[in-house]
Design a protein. Sequence first.
Length: 184
Amino acid sequence: MTHVAAMPGRLPRERESIQAYARLAGVLGLITVVAGGFGEAYAPGLFFVTGDPAATAQHILGHESLFRWGFASYLVEALCDATLTMAFWVLVRPVHPRLAMLMVVFRIISTCGFGASEVLYYRSGYLPRVVGVAMSVSGVAFVAHTFLLILAPAYASDLLLATAAVAFVPFILWLLVKGVNAER
């Protein structure tokens, strides 16, 4: 058997592998949304009182187990997000290896969120273009929200983060149900 004859046998496995990573990303994304929603949005909203650390401490002490569950959910989200970064890298690496590595760096340092990976998904043809566009818009909105939190907190609207939910939930559901166009 020649090397050339062995090549076609590898392609279905490679496609299956890409689909496995797409499904893994979907599962991890779903866990991230649920755990992050609880650990980053819901639970802290119950405890933190802006400008009143004493009231915040009282809320935490009064509901210690809920505070602990919130923190544990946040840790689950962080672990899933780290693995999600690896799955995204595997998926976008064939599109543009250097930009895929840049996406990994941005996700690791969490300054640019998903911005780099969304553009790569748009370019890849793995997903419907509308999903890639929505994810790109959500990446820009996430970056804008992050900068506004630092530079002008009064303008850091949660509506900017809502674009992530509007884009990311269909994205992970697509990965779970359809996977990616492995031939692309």
